[in-house]
Each structure stands twice: as structure tokens, then as C-alpha cells.
Design a protein around this ligand. Structure first.
Ligand code: SAM
Ligand code: DTB
Ligand code: SF4
Length: 327
């Protein structure tokens, strides 16, 4: 085999078989009458999941702000003047204390996020300790640390990491209008490394950034056509952050968000689809519609990374009112 063809097949993304979905097919889902779309998504959901159970993950920002990247939506980029205060990597004991609280409140997974382009090896060593100790509490572990360098995914796997979150965030075609400091291909490269290390993949995106419906369909297709679809697919609604280029973005029609959840559910039938950022601004009824459209996971706890999330009492009441059981 020639060197060039070895390079081509060494990337799992490049070596994918025939695409499972086309943009035209996913656009056709988006264009269905809403009731028909939700009916179809709910049918797919019931084939693979208990429709009355929702998985709950709690987030903790273990290193906040001061990030070198220019992601136009993000409060943590050093390039924008936002209210987010920079904080160094959190001490291990504080992380474990937060994980214990999350476990007591009923979260099954603890996700630790760091505002890095990617981790330096000495920072990664400290995160590995966090993963080991959270795992020892009996919780599932997830981290989101940015792009991984050679050998880092394997170290995370050895430490007991269950999930790595790394979002494609938006359609490859629109990516350059949102982020200029790294590329969509860089994101795919890290997802390959995570897969090859045997860690579950958590990857999704943000909607409401000024992308077109075709771009939204493009994102869903790029996720669904990964060699193996992500086990977990977070769908974030843009939280507009003052000081970022997206501060004044117009709010997307909430039904377009519901349609995106449904498209993710239909195209990735076995994945956990997470109703992610933006939930605080949603009514209980809109959240219920998202669950009906196939969302079966959410962030639980009153903070996301730097912004708010519904408090646990409101979520507990919502679960009781809907007859939903937590996982
Ligand atoms: N630095 C790492 C990275 O970029 O992967 C990890 C942290 S980053 C904050 C994790 C994800 O949060 C982003 O990929 C994006 O999907 C989401 N996110 C960040 N800011 C957001 C916002 N204002 N609204 C919605 N989602 C947001
Ligand atoms: C994901 O897709 N959404 C979470 C988690 N993965 C890391 C982060 C949402 C961040 C929302 C804005 C903030 O709190 O800074
Ligand atoms: Fe940095 Fe991640 Fe925010 Fe981009 S999304 S600026 S990489 S913390």
C-alpha cells in the first residue's frame, strides 16, 4: 500500500463506509409537518429506549475562562470582554466535593469541563486524578478538555474515563464563520482519537448561531455519518453571552429546536440525545415537547459551565409532573 493510502485509511472518519444519511434526507425531515415529525421520532425512540426515563449529568467547570480560542459563542474565550472571571484548574478536593453533592442530588454522570484549546500533559495528569476519584464514587465520568494530543486519550481511558465530550458544534460549511482558530477537521481528529482509545463519544452542537436550516441538517448528517454515531449527542440552544460576537443573535423559533432534536433522534436511534444549554429559558411545556421528540438526557444542577441551568427543585417537579424517572 502506498504511504498516501495508508494515511487515508488511518483516520477512522475518512475510512467510513457509505454515508447513512444525506443532507437532502435530513432537510426533508425538517420540512415535515411538526406533528408527523414528532410522531416518527417518538416511534424511533420507543424502539430503543424507555420513553419515560431521562439520564441526568451534572457539569462542573474545573478550569474557567482565558481560552486561546475564538469560538464566537463562548464566554470563556480570552478574545472577548465577558463577565466570566478566569479561574485556574480547581484543586482535586473541591472537585470531589462537588461530585459528591451531584451524586447525592441524583446525577448519574459527572462532567468536568476545561476552557483549553487542549490540555498540557501536566494539566492532564491532574485531570486524570479527578477522573479516578469521581469514578471511585461510583459515578460515570465525562470530561471536555478541547483537542487531544497523541497518547492523551489512552491515558484518560486508563484512568477510567467513560465519555469524552467534543462537539462538532456546527456544519463544516458554517464552521469558519464561527471559529477561526481551529477547524472542523481538527474536531474530527480528536473524535477519532477518543474512539480509537475505546472511550464513549459525546458530540453534538449548538443551534441559533445564525446558521441556515441546511446548516443544521448538515451538522446532524456529519454526526450521524461518523463511522460509529456518538453514544451521546448534546443539542445546545445558543445562550447569547454579552461581550461575544453572538450577544445580540436573534432567538431561533423554539419549534426549530424541537425539529433538531427529532432529526437527531431519527438519524441516531441508539444515541442518548441531550437537551443541553438553553433549558433555563425554556418553558416546562417546551421541554416536554423536546422529550416527546426524543431527547432523553439533560444537564442537572443549577450551573452549566459559566451560565445558569434550571435549579434542581424545578427539574424534580417537572419529572414528577411528567411521570418521568431519572437515570
Ligand atoms: N474547550 C472545550 C471545547 O471547546 O471543546 C470544552 C469546553 S466548551 C465550553 C464545550 C461546549 O460548550 C462547546 O463545544 C459548545 O457546544 C458549548 N457552549 C459553549 N458556550 C455556549 C453557549 N454560549 N451557548 C450554547 N452552548 C455553548
Ligand atoms: C455541551 O454540549 N454543552 C455543555 C457541555 N457540553 C460541556 C456546555 C454548555 C455551556 C453553556 C454556556 C456556559 O455555561 O458557559
Ligand atoms: Fe475555548 Fe472551548 Fe470556549 Fe472554544 S468553546 S473558546 S475552545 S472554552
Amino acid at each position: 500500500m502506498q504511504a498516501s493510502s495508508i494515511a487515508a485509511v488511518s483516520s477512522i472518519s475518512q475510512a467510513a463506509a457509505a454515508p447513512r444519511w444525506t443532507v437532502a434526507e435530513v432537510l426533508a425531515l425538517y420540512e415535515m409537518p411538526l406533528m408527523d415529525l414528532i410522531w416518527r421520532a417518538q416511534g424511533v425512540h420507543r424502539e430503543h429506549f424507555d420513553p419515560n426515563a431521562i439520564q441526568r449529568s451534572t457539569l462542573l467547570s474545573v478550569k474557567t475562562g482565558g481560552c486561546s480560542e475564538d469560538c464566537s459563542y463562548c464566554s470563556q474565550s480570552a478574545r472577548y470582554d465577558t463577565e466570566t472571571q478566569r479561574e485556574r484548574l480547581m484543586p482535586l478536593d473541591e472537585v470531589i466535593a462537588a461530585a459528591k453533592v451531584a451524586k447525592e442530588k441524583g446525577a448519574s454522570r459527572f462532567c468536568m469541563g476545561a476552557a483549553w484549546k487542549g490540555p498540557k500533559d501536566n494539566d492532564l495528569d491532574r485531570v486524570l486524578d479527578m477522573v479516578r476519584e469521581v469514578k471511585a464514587l461510583g459515578m460515570q465520568t465525562c470530561v471536555t478538555l478541547g483537542m487531544l494530543g497523541a497518547g492523551q486519550a489512552e491515558k484518560l481511558k486508563e484512568a477510567g474515563l467513560d465519555y469524552y465530550n467534543h462537539n462538532l458544534d456546527t456544519d463544516k460549511e458554517f464552521y469558519g464563520q464561527v471559529i477561526k482558530t481551529h477547524t472542523h477537521d481538527d474536531r474530527l481528529d480528536t473524535l477519532d482519537q477518543v474512539r480509537e482509545a475505546g472511550i464513549n463519544v459525546c458530540s453534538g452542537g449548538i443551534i441559533g448561531m445564525g446558521e441556515s436550516r441546511k446548516n443544521r441538517a448538515g451538522l446532524i448528517v456529519q454526526l450521524a455519518n461518523l463511522p460509529k454515531p456518538p453514544e451521546s449527542v448534546p443539542i445546545n440552544n445558543l445562550v447569547p453571552i454579552p461581550g461575544t460576537p453572538m450577544a445580540a443573535n436573534e432567538r431561533l423559533d423554539p419549534f426549530e429546536f424541537v425539529r433538531t432534536i427529532a432529526a437527531a433522534r431519527i438519524t441516531m436511534p441508539r444515541s442518548w440525545v441531550r437537551l443541553s444549554a438553553g433549558r433555563q429559558e425554556m418553558s416546562d411545556e417546551l421541554q416536554a415537547l423536546c422529550f416527546l421528540a426524543g431527547a432523553n438526557s439533560m444537564f442537572y444542577g443549577d450551573r452549566l459551565l459559566t451560565t445558569g441551568n434550571p435549579d434542581v427543585d424545578r427539574d424534580d417537579q417537572l419529572f414528577a409532573r411528567l411521570g418521568v424517572k431519572p437515570i
